[in-house]
Design a protein. Structure first.
Length: 507
């Protein structure tokens, strides 16, 4: 008898249920790489101690949110695309534009990982192996940003990661396992080794108050960093995007989300403490890592450690392009953007969405160059807003669909926490949007207005594409509320939910 492969049935092809919870954990190992991309900037503006405190707070918030998202992920085992889809389900009976706004905000938050890490890899390669080419400029962008060798290396890496992923989840996951193992080398060097080599100095672990010039307050700088840090610390929710592809949606989704959150919390506290104790303050997102490695383990081992760090950054890009592609596929599947994105290739992956990611990120590198914090600020406007809507969507689903089966049902205390977390994130969004000059100050870039306008432009584009889908492709009238929202799963959804073990007690 032929072996039957369980599948989540969608479109003419299916997302294969081929992942275990530890695969989800490996996918979420991208988050330490996200921390590496921003840590140099926080060390320079708030010091090692300030970095430990702020990154720790942000990681705790990410962990709490992940616990809540395990419930909504298990409620909709047929929906790829991550937390934005849960926001859509909760809000669409009240205001259906929340869906596309959340989805594109979520997508851009993940998509820009490619340009940020492409830039970071390029700067590391130039600092270690091509130091004489640091000042080389090939051309300038429309924003008068110099494009050099590091940027072109970054573009090449973006294209290479795209190629890894369009040939299926298994090849990209194999890359993830190899780079995930290599990630442990730089983490160990920065978190553990300095205490034994004598390179860690307690005198380096201090607050660095760059606001002493009176232009901005330390509180304002800390709030801006908490806003920007969301992009990194909240990324552990990536496992939720793969919920339809886990063998056991209930068990694997919960274990992947929660194990990733616990690991990331430890790294987000220990890495700023360990690295900060070695370098004190730093302002360059690439070169100072090279110097730190060689200071701790010497030139030879330091060079090998840099290779491991590069591999870990590719892991982050790998996870991001997989998640970003699924986000675009998921929102097209749920009628929130153009039908062209609702497509799986013959390897059962959303290659069209991944291709959009690749093109957008090559464009960002060519426009904004190596201004990683500018790219981060731009993307975080929509990404943090998506979390506001996902958390409030969880609350609305609890109220409006009390009888919907919940394979994972968190304790009622999490309802109160969801209110607090949604309010916290909303405050951060409002602060970030209204303080673009402060964002430019902590990010060391000049064009304060452009990232804000690009970030808001992405959200406006999401609404326009939603209208295009409704009017032109679906030939339906534009409405701002969906009045036929189901309160119980349809037959196919119920069949999938019945396959899960549903305990009576809260998780």
């Amino acid at each position: 008898m032929a072996e039957v492969t369980a599948q989540a049935t969608i479109e003419e092809r299916q997302l294969l249920k081929s992942l275990n919870w530890w695969d989800g954990f490996v996918i979420a190992l991208c988050n330490p790489g996200f921390l590496i991309a921003s840590l140099g900037f926080t060390l320079a503006t708030v010091g090692a101690l300030g970095s430990v405190v702020l990154w720790g707070i942000s990681a705790v918030v990410g962990l709490l949110q992940n616990w809540i998202y395990s419930e909504t992920a298990a409620m909709f085992p047929d929906k790829p695309g991550g937390i934005a889809l849960y926001a859509h389900e909760g809000w669409r009976r009240y205001f259906n534009l929340i869906g596309p706004i959340s989805a594109f905000g979520y997508w851009i938050g993940w998509s820009v990982v490619l340009s940020i890490f492409g830039n970071l890899i390029g700067s590391l390669v130039v600092a270690e192996w091509l130091p004489n080419s640091v000042d080389t400029v090939f051309f300038t962008s429309p924003f008068d940003v110099a494009i050099g060798p590091a940027n072109l290396i970054g573009i090449g890496i973006v294209v290479a990661v795209w190629l890894f992923n369009i040939f299926g989840v298994k090849p990209s996951l194999a890359v993830g396992y190899v780079t995930g193992v290599l990630l442990m080398i730089p983490l160990a060097i920065f978190i553990v080794v300095p205490y034994f080599t004598g390179d860690w100095l307690s005198s380096n672990v201090t607050f660095e108050d760059v606001a002493s010039n009176g232009e901005f307050s330390l509180f304002g700088i800390s709030m801006m960093w908490l806003f920007i840090m969301c992009w990194s610390a909240y990324g552990i929710e990536v496992s939720a995007s793969f919920a339809p592809e886990f063998h056991d949606t209930k068990r694997d989704t919960a274990l992947a989300l929660r194990s990733a959150a616990a690991f990331s919390l430890a790294v987000y506290i220990l890495l700023p403490l360990g690295l900060g104790g070695v370098v004190g303050t730093a302002g360059d997102s690439g070169a100072y890592y090279v110097e730190a490695f060689k200071s701790i383990v010497g030139n030879t081992l330091g060079g090998l450690a840099i290779v491991s760090l590069l591999a870990s950054l590719i892991l982050s890009m790998n996870s991001a392009t997989a998640d970003g592609g699924r986000a675009l596929y998921g929102i097209a599947r749920d009628d929130m953007t153009i039908k062209w994105l609702y497509h799986l290739n013959k390897y059962h992956v959303p290659a069209r969405g991944m291709t959009v990611d690749m093109v957008v990120n090559v464009g960002l590198i060519l426009l904004l160059g190596a201004s990683n914090l500018a790219i981060l600020y731009m993307s975080n406007i929509g990404y943090v807003l998506a979390h506001v809507f996902a958390l409030s969507g969880f609350l609305l689903l609890r109220r409006d669909r009390p009888d919907w089966p919940r394979p994972i049902k968190v304790n009622p205390v999490w309802v109160g926490l969801a209110w607090l977390l949604a309010a916290f994130n909303l405050i951060l969004v409002l602060f970030g949007v209204t303080q673009s000059d402060l964002a430019a100050f902590v990010g060391f870039y000049e064009f304060a207005g452009a990232p804000l306008y690009i970030g808001l432009g992405v959200l406006i584009l999401s609404v326009l594409l939603f209208f295009y889908r409704r009017v032109v492709e679906d030939r339906k009238p534009i409405t701002f509320r969906d009045l036929d929202v189901p309160t119980m799963p349809n037959e196919d959804q119920m069949r999938m939910l019945r396959e899960e073990v549903m305990p009576d007690r809260p998780s």
